[in-house]
Write a protein that binds this ligand. Structure first.
Ligand code: PLP
Length: 454
């Protein structure tokens, strides 16, 4: 992009025309947005030339970091050769075919087929249509209900936002749509402090069984969850939770869907979060890390239990997107996955930088503001509390998380606030030295926040 303007000019133009996602339009106009102009490795540069350590990987997606030439080359070559062709009506392009085969290789063994979409939200819309179609074909059309969780995030389309359990989203636009119900999330700090984490994992999983029995087991189509809730605040469930969820789904024959939009492609120290958390989904939504965010792409891995029925008995599946299998996005995804393989990033997260991040976060428990920490691979959260001894929170109107986030922004660190949970999901290419640098910034921002809290 060659146009160059001053920051004030960008901000004025932005406020005049651009309605941003998840943004209060008036406060954006009053304060102006921060305009990011360049990036390299783990660093962003804004329009004032300030460098910022991107501890959120863009929006949980830039797994291989910025400036990877292999991805740029893959896009450039594919743009020259064939910038677009669709995958409708028995047509295909080489990158989409190659990517489907490579995804079958890197995903767990029950997955041999993929349905491509343009985003995670579109992937989850596909899940809703596909699981209901599956049960129709199985002669059980009454199985319509999908169970999800409070404080889950599954996207912003009507179905994605309905599957999600964000009260602020449900309050706008008449959501959730019919046939989607929610159970409580497995958040130990809020719902299980009187139990050990392992005991709480069983209790929280049994909320699923209670809901299945309430709805009627013959009416439930599927359960969907993120292996680790991301946007909800990096809620890492107890180790007992997902295996028990698996047993409950098996017992009632309901489909298990893992939303891997954040946890896929190495983020948790395995290729997919379900492998880290020890369960075996029938369907798996992906997006973000599949291209490291260099181009939009999402989709659903379809396990053989569902794929065989759709293929052998389904006839035409009346569903698809113009950009399902977009050749340039698929070419970038191929280059990205091969780069993750050749750099050994999954092992790097599992054996080296992930455990190091966990160690450094654990040490934050010594800080006067930090009441709890959670980590899983390259996802981490710390909880700001008023009283460490019993976990008493600050009053919400203090907005301390946002205060802390403001300090991070000014100090050159992107860290996200979910209430008073401060979270990071840094690029997987980070070294231990990068982690040290990030932790220095986090310490400084916590100290500045502490001074404000007193
Ligand atoms: N699912 C999860 C777990 C997500 O975190 C997100 C986005 O953050 C989505 C789905 C929606 O993906 P997209 O924004 O690509 O539609």
């Amino acid at each position: 992009m060659t146009t160059s303007r001053s920051t004030a000019e960008w901000q004025a133009l932005d406020a005049a025309h651009f309605l941003h996602p998840f943004t209060d339009f008036q406060s954006l106009a009053a304060r102006g947005s921060r305009v990011i102009t360049k990036a390299d490795g783990i660093w962003l540069t804004d329009s004032d030339g300030q460098r910022i350590l991107d501890a959120m990987s863009g929006l949980w997606c830039v797994n291989v970091g910025y400036g990877q030439q292999a991805l740029v080359d893959a896009a450039t070559q594919q743009l020259r050769e064939l910038p677009f062709y669709n995958a409708f009506f028995q047509t295909a392009t080489p990158p989409a075919i190659e990517l489907a085969a490579l995804l079958a290789e890197v995903t767990p063994p029950q997955f041999r087929h993929v349905f491509f979409a343009g985003s995670g939200s579109e992937g989850n819309d596909t899940v809703v249509r596909m699981v209901r179609r599956y049960w129709d074909l199985m002669g059980q059309p009454q199985r319509q209900v999908i169970i999800s969780r409070v404080n889950a995030y599954h996207g912003s389309t009507m179905a994605g936002a309905s599957l999600g359990g964000m009260s602020g989203m449900h309050a706008q636009g008449g959501l959730p749509i019919p046939g989607i119900v929610h159970i409580q999330q497995p958040y130990w700090h809020e719902h299980g402090r009187h139990l050990s984490k392992d005991e709480f994992g069983f209790v929280a999983a049994r909320w699923l069984e209670d809901k299945i029995l309430e709805v009627g087991p013959d009416k439930v189509a599927a359960f969907i969850g993120e292996p680790v809730q991301g946007a909800g605040g990096v809620i890492v469930p107890p180790a007992t939770y997902w295996p028990e969820i698996q047993r409950i789904c098996d017992r009632h024959g309901i489909l298990l869907v893992s939303d891997e939009v954040i946890t896929g492609f190495g983020r948790t120290g395995h290729w997919f979060g379900c492998e880290t958390q020890g369960f075996r989904p029938d369907l798996m939504t992906f997006a973000k890390g599949v291209t490291s965010g260099y181009l939009p792409l999402g989709g659903v891995m379809v396990g053989e239990r569902v794929a065989r029925v759709l293929i052998e008995h389904g006839g035409e599946f009346n569903h698809g997107y113009t950009y399902s299998g977009h050749p340039v996005a698929c070419a970038v995804a191929l280059a990205n996955i091969r780069l993750i393989q050749s750099l050994g990033l999954v092992e790097h997260v599992r054996d080296d930088v992930g455990p190091y991040l966990a160690e450094r976060f654990e040490a934050l428990r010594g800080h006067p503001l930090v009441g709890d920490v959670d980590t899983c691979g390259m996802m981490a959260a710390l909880l700001l509390v008023k009283d460490k001894t019993d976990g008493t929170p600050f009053t919400p109107d203090l907005g301390l998380g946002m205060v802390c986030r403001g300090h991070c922004f000014r100090e050159g660190l992107i860290m996200r606030a979910v209430g008073d949970r401060m979270i990071v999901a840094p690029p997987l290419v980070m070294t231990r030295a990068d982690v040290d640098h990030m932790m220095d910034l986090i310490h400084r921002c916590l100290d500045l926040t502490l001074a404000d809290a007193r």
